[in-house]
Design a protein around this ligand. Structure first.
Ligand SMILES: [Cu+2]
Length: 102
């Protein structure tokens, strides 16, 4: 369970705009889109939650977790080092994605 008291900000009512750069990952329908992204070292990935349900980005290797993202909220993270980074949602671990840095 997540404590709602830890959530910050307000979720908008309407649809959330997504995918404005090649390194954007939308979260919609309990899925990451695209689920696999390839970027160059030093580039950023931005995840934006378009679901009414909160989600959280958890990088598998480092166990680094984003804040819990409400609808409309984003997380941006840089990937400095080449590699394959698996991630999942900290709230729904069946939601998975991959960032390949090369
Ligand atoms: Cu989730």
């Amino acid at each position: 369970m997540i404590s709602l008291a830890r959530l910050s900000g307000q979720a908008p009512d309407g649809p959330v705009p997504m995918k404005t750069s090649p390194n954007d990952v939308g979260i919609a329908g309990f899925a990451f889109g695209p689920s696999k992204l390839t970027i160059a070292p030093g580039q950023y990935v931005t995840w934006t939650n378009g679901d009414d349900s909160p989600h959280q980005i958890t990088i598998a290797q480092s166990q680094e977790r984003s804040a819990v993202l409400l609808k409309g909220q984003s997380r941006t993270q840089a990937f400095a080092t080449a590699g394959v980074y698996e991630y999942s949602c900290g709230l729904q671990p069946s939601m998975k994605g991959t960032v390949e840095v090369k």
